[in-house]
Design a protein around this ligand. Structure first.
Ligand SMILES: [Zn+2]
Length: 419
């Protein structure tokens, strides 16, 4: 008995040692994982989309001009008796009258099933299956997407598009970059040699390796020594916006009106009888009646591109706003504010002049115009979408996200520097 125990003891010791060894291995590997900084560092080889190649008995047919689903299904070799059946079964989930030139149909046959798929768009497929002679089943499947993250950084030498392209950023993403910072940087005029940029972006590929989506996740632009940061954040309602690191929305809104007015004495119209000249002509702005001397404020950040007497407009100022698309004009001023001259930069809310009745005016008022790409639009119709900051309840979550994004950009920048 004792002998037996001793024998078992020997075995169990061996077994124990083996188990212990495995245990040690496991623990160290788990700790190794937990100890690692698990921030997703961008590395191309790790994240290239794995592209599955459909193998086996697959036939593909592309929809051609003049095709119907029936014709394509017949070309796939499906018997006429099945074709009508398939279209009928598909109808509740997808109407196969609605097919597009260039999109693919595929038929896949194995021992016990036939599968027919139609590529609806980049993200969805109609899948029809019949198993072992059972009736056809139809469903819509979202295609699996492969996400790849990458970062590009560079220095401005000549032009944004050229230098961004040289750094590896394609034009579509450069356009996104311009739109994100458009409220703060005029990329046509403010850009300087030596300005730098970092852009972290995400691309989504379908399972055939085609890119179906691309988005900037975060970006940094250093313009004339000033650092601008953008973090893409989705709030709990599901809205995406770009914010700075403090959670301020990068999209800015204009002031609702440039003056404290008593009433609107004339609205925007295509044609109107001019009160002084008598003849009919368009009124391309809004007249705000206000006491002479009432301060006039710029409705947004921008640059004074015109300051001076301008015919019937009297003393006139035009401001081109930071995005380079919008400009506003202010007329009939009694006088200009101190320090305002052509070329000056003004801030939203900054006083640029005072209400008067210079030029052709019947009483003190501000004639105000809003122009978009040079065309006058109704200032009262300009959409003042509220550019709200990150909701207070989400600021902690946002800060974490912002920190993570900034960290990724820093780490990636170091990786790039090491080559
Ligand atoms: Zn007017």
């Amino acid at each position: 008995m004792i002998l037996l125990l001793k024998r078992w003891g020997k075995h169990s010791l061996l077994l124990f040692m083996i188990i212990f060894f495995i245990f040690v291995l496991l623990v160290t590997s788990i700790q190794g994982n937990a100890g690692r900084d698990d921030t997703p560092v961008v590395h191309k080889e790790w994240i290239l989309p794995s592209i599955k190649h459909v193998q086996g008995n697959t036939v593909t047919e592309v929809v051609k001009n003049g095709d119907t689903a029936g014709l394509v299904l017949a070309r796939l070799g499906l018997p006429t008796s099945e074709v009508g059946n398939i279209i009928q079964v598909a109808a509740p989930v997808y109407n196969l009258k609605n097919i597009h030139i260039g999109h693919k149909f595929q038929k896949n046959i194995s021992n016990d099933y036939i599968k027919v798929t139609y590529q609806i768009d980049a993200k969805e497929r109609l899948v029809l299956t019949t198993e072992s002679g059972q009736p056809w089943q139809a469903e819509i499947l979202s295609r699996p997407l492969f996400i790849r993250t990458d970062m590009v950084e560079g220095v401005i030498q000549g032009s944004l598009f050229y230098d961004a392209g040289k750094a590896g950023l394609e034009d579509a993403l450069t356009i996104q970059l311009v739109d994100i910072f458009a409220w703060d940087i005029d990329f046509v005029r403010d850009l300087r040699k030596g300005d730098t940029f970092k852009v972290l972006y995400e691309e989504a590929f379908d399972d055939e390796g085609r890119r179906v989506d691309y988005t900037i996740l975060s970006a940094e632009f250093v313009n004339r020594g000033h650092v601008y940061t953008a973090i893409r954040y989705k709030d709990k309602k599901g809205n995406f916006e770009y914010y700075d690191q403090e959670g301020r929305n990068l999209r800015k809104t204009y002031l609702k009106s440039p003056v404290r007015y008593s009433r609107i004495s004339s609205r925007f119209s295509a044609s109107r009888k001019h009160p002084v000249l008598g003849y009919t002509r368009a009124h391309r702005g809004v007249d705000y009646a206000a006491k002479s001397g009432t301060p006039i404020r710029s409705i947004g950040d921008g640059k004074v591109v015109y300051k001076g007497w301008k015919g019937g407009y009297g003393r006139f100022i035009e401001i081109r706003h930071t995005n380079g698309i919008h400009s506003t004009a202010y007329a009939h001023m009694r006088r200009y504010a101190k320090g305002i001259r052509k070329g000056s930069y003004v801030k939203q809310g900054q006083i640029i002049g005072y209400v008067g009745m210079t030029g052709l005016a019947t009483g003190p008022h501000l004639h105000f115009e809003f122009r978009s790409r040079g065309r006058a639009v109704n200032p009262l119709r300009v959409k003042h979408k509220a550019a709200k900051p990150v909701p207070k309840t989400e600021i902690t979550a946002f800060r974490l996200k912002a920190k993570e994004m900034m960290h990724i950009m820093t780490v990636q920048s170091q990786l790039n520097a090491w080559g």
